[in-house]
Write a protein that binds this ligand. Sequence first.
Ligand code: ATP
Length: 277
Amino acid sequence: MLPAAPATAPLLEVDRLTLSFGGVRALDEVSFSVAPGSITSVIGPNGAGKTSVFNTISGFYRPGGGSVRFAGQDITRLAPPRRAALGLARTFQNIALFRGLTVLDNIKLGRHCHLKTGALGALFYSPAARHEEEALREEIEERIIDFLEIDHIRKAPVGALPYGLQKRVELARALAMKPRLLLLDEPVAGMNREETEDMARFILEVRREWGVTVLMVEHDMGMVMDLSDHVAVLNFGRVIAQGLPKDVQGNPDVVKAYLGSGDVAQLRARFRATVAA
Ligand SMILES: Nc1ncnc2c1ncn2[C@@H]1O[C@H](COP(=O)(O)OP(=O)(O)OP(=O)(O)O)[C@@H](O)[C@H]1O
C-alpha cells in the first residue's frame, strides 16, 4: 500500500504534459498543481490548450509525455471511469446530459461510478447493505436538489429547460458522483449576468459546504478573478504564467497573450477593463 500523502500535498499534479494532434502541439510540457480545498482556474486565449488539458486530466486523451497524479496516485494511464471512481468528476463545455430524461434521472446516473449493486456487487453485499446504500444515495440526491434549488424541476425533461438550469443540472449530476475534485469546463459560457452570478455562488458553496476542490476552465475573466485562489495561464500549449489572480492580471505576458502586441501599460488598462466588465 502507498504511504498516505501529507496534508499539504496537492490534490492534483499535472507534470510536463505533452499532447500532439498530428503536427499541432496542443500541450507542451504543461505543469501546474491544484491544492486541496482550492478553486483553481486554467485560462488562455482560444486554442491555447485548455480543453486539451482538461481532456487529458479526465482521461479522454492520452498524453504523449508527462504525468497526472491525483491524491498521490499516478492516474496517467487510467481509463475515465476509474478516475471517476477515485473522485474526479467533470462537466462539459457543451452540456452532456440525457435530454429526454428527467432532471432526477440525470442526477441518478451520476452515481453509477460508485454503486456496488451491479452483478459483482450483488455477490458481495447483502440486500440489507444494498438497501442502506440506496437510502444513503437518495439522501445525498435530495441534498443536492435542495442545495442547487432545482426541486421544482425534478420531474422535467432536461431538454425542455432553459440553458442556465441545464448547466445547474449538470453540476448536480457531477456532485452525485461524490467528487473530491470537480472539473468545470466553462461553467458560465452562454449565461446571462444573473445566471452567472447564481453559478458563481454555487461554485463557492460547493467548495465551502461540500468540501470539494474545483478546477475550472472559464473565459469570463471577472468570474475567474473573483473566485480563484490560483490561476494558470496557457498560450500556444504552454504555461506562460501562474499564481494569484492579482499577479496573473498584471503579468505583461498574459496581457499580451490576450490583447496582442503593443504598449504594455495601455494593454494592461484594457485587460483590467475586460476583467472588471
Ligand atoms: N481533436 C483535435 N484534432 C486536431 N487538433 C486539435 C484537436 N483538439 C484541439 N486541437 C488543436 O489543439 C490546440 C489546442 O486546442 P484546445 O481546444 O485544447 O484549446 P482551448 O484553449 O480549449 O480553445 P477554446 O478556448 O477555443 O476552447 C488548437 O490548436 C486546436 O486547434
